[in-house]
Design a protein around this ligand. Structure first.
Ligand SMILES: [Zn+2]
Ligand SMILES: [Zn+2]
Length: 280
């Protein structure tokens, strides 16, 4: 089957690879979103890696979202709500990955009619945002980095009644800048940690949702800030995301075939596309 595979230099290239084997059923991939965390693995992950974890797929005419990671649900970290740090969580449950014609998965969730395949691939990133938002205090919230993930936060927080502001280094992406100190800030882009902390009221909360720059801990001490991290999603949040998808107003994706993977990569890296989704 065709798949985008990392070569010896860690660079993606379209290749013919064997059908996936291992546990779970084989699904036909309908759409797979490109995520910032995929970009982090380019040039780093071993040869043969197939990226992609935001997958809408189909088997026997039934559309499903593939579940990317599975927590054990029983260990102390899982029970305390830190499922993404569970020892079982790391193992990939989508094999070989979503940028392929077919993929195996051990856990799936049914998709409703009425959302197209590309939008259905938003279930995974939206689930990550829903999980993070649970830990964010309500009120005036600043989103730092107003790309696709920032827009997901804007939609989710706005829906629950927060007063949402957004800033971005890219002037094309600027949102509504804050008109005063905020109760919480969400870091959705690398860098910006100091600026985000400075925007907070004393005793405010900083949620780190992306690889981040150093933060001045003296400010944490003197202003009694709370810093929390959130990464990835659980099957419960995937289920909630799928139910919520038809109700949210979200950015349109740029949809490209796998053959145009490099073009999609360039569009995403340059910021010309907010979200790129590939179809096999
Ligand atoms: Zn992702
Ligand atoms: Zn666990």
């Amino acid at each position: 089957m065709r798949a985008v595979v990392l070569d010896e230099a860690g660079q993606p290239a379209l290749a013919d690879i064997p059908e996936p084997d291992g546990a779970g059923a084989v699904f036909r991939v309908l759409a797979c979103g490109l995520c910032g965390s995929d970009l982090e693995k380019i040039g780093v992950a071993p040869a043969g890696t197939v990226l992609g974890h935001e997958v809408a797929a189909e088997l026997d005419g039934r559309r499903v979202a593939l579940v990317h990671h599975l927590p054990c649900g029983e260990c102390e970290r899982c029970l305390n709500g830190h499922e993404s740090t569970c020892d079982s969580f790391r193992a990939a449950t989508i094999v070989p990955g979503g940028f392929a014609e077919r993929a195996r998965a051990v856990e799936t969730l049914p998709l409703p009619d009425g959302i197209d395949d590309a939008t259905a691939s938003y279930a995974e990133p939206l689930a990550c945002v829903l999980r993070a938002a649970e830990r964010l205090p309500q009120g005036r919230v600043l989103v730092v980095g107003n790309g696709f993930v920032g827009r997901l936060f804007g939609a989710v927080l706005g829906r629950r009644g927060d007063d949402v502001f957004a800033v971005d280094l890219d002037p094309r992406r600027g949102g509504r800048p804050p008109d005063g100190p905020v109760d919480a800030a969400v870091l959705c882009a690398p860098g910006g940690a100091t600026e985000a902390a400075e925007a907070l009221e004393p005793a405010g909360t900083l949620l780190v949702f992306a690889p981040s720059s150093p933060l001045d801990l003296d400010a944490v001490y003197r202003r009694e800030l709370t810093v929390i991290g959130s990464r990835s999603a659980t099957p419960r949040h995937m289920r909630e995301a799928i139910a919520l998808l038809p109700e949210l107003e979200l950015p349109e994706p740029t949809v490209l075939p796998l053959e145009r993977f490099h073009e999609g990569l360039d569009l995403y890296r340059s910021g010309d596309a907010l979200k790129v989704v590939f179809t096999p």
